[in-house]
Design a protein around this ligand. Structure first.
Ligand code: G6P
Ligand code: MG
Length: 228
């Protein structure tokens, strides 16, 4: 391949459930609120909440319980869920980085390929600081910057722009169905991290980062750089 025809690749990572295991804390906090409201909330229900904004999650929960509320009550429950979640994540540190994530981030950083975070969470920066991963990212796009939630591709398109890569030259690592859909709509390569049956729409699937080897990453980079 002629080097000059190659495009600049970009790596985009979701946060919750991809880089750190905060998906379990979101689940616990929603389950606590659901219990309080007399709504049964299972891990299967929680799949639909992954990658989805806090506000949309509460709308989904209230739909499950057939509950309609005033704007004030809605905002109070939003706040309550977030305070509960913040308690769970308050003691987070590097130990909560999922296995081999740092190995992959180091490899991509060493190659000089730009990396961005693409998350729906408004707590993303605070979590990255807790686990000391801020310095890896050339751009951060989080729930404070997007207007349309995944599966809308907005978050990933902004991320690609910020790192100066075209969407088709980017790859997205995601644990949520909505996130895989968003990456696919954006025309990006999608990598599902988690249950491969649930994330079957992804271009590639892995249970976790320990299954991702250097050969896969090298082939992926080559593929991204050759697309135009
Ligand atoms: C991520 C998680 C979702 C969560 C959303 C908002 O995308 O996967 O489950 O609802 O962020 O998070 P926040 O921290 O702003 O409540
Ligand atoms: Mg996620």
């Amino acid at each position: 391949m002629i080097k000059s025809k190659m495009k600049k690749a970009g790596f985009i990572f979701d946060l919750d459930g991809v880089i750190v295991d905060t998906a379990k804390y979101h689940y616990l906090a929603w389950k606590n609120l659901a219990n309080e409201l007399g709504i049964e909330f299972t891990e299967a229900d929680n799949e639909k909440f992954k990658g989805v904004s806090r506000k949309r999650c509460l709308e989904l929960l209230l739909e499950m319980g057939n509950i309609t509320v005033s704007k004030e009550q809605f905002d109070r429950w939003l706040e309550e869920k977030n305070e509960d979640y913040l308690k769970y994540i308050s003691k987070m540190d590097k130990k909560e980085i999922l296995p081999d994530v740092t190995k992959v981030l180091d490899y991509i950083k060493d190659k000089g390929i730009p990396m961005a975070l693409g998350s729906a969470s408004k707590n993303a920066v605070s979590i990255l600081e807790k686990v000391a991963l801020m310095s890896y990212f050339d751009a951060i796009v989080d729930g404070t910057q997007v207007t349309k939630a995944k599966p809308d591709p907005e978050v990933f398109l902004i991320a690609a722009k910020k790192i100066g890569a075209e969407p088709e030259n980017c790859v997205v690592f995601e644990d949520a169905l909505a996130g895989i859909e968003a990456a696919n709509i954006a025309g990006m390569e999608s990598i599902g991290i988690g249950d491969v049956k649930i994330l079957s729409d992804a271009d590639h699937g892995f249970n976790n980062f320990t299954e991702i080897d250097v050969k896969f990453l090298d082939d992926l980079i080559l593929l991204l750089e050759s697309k135009n």
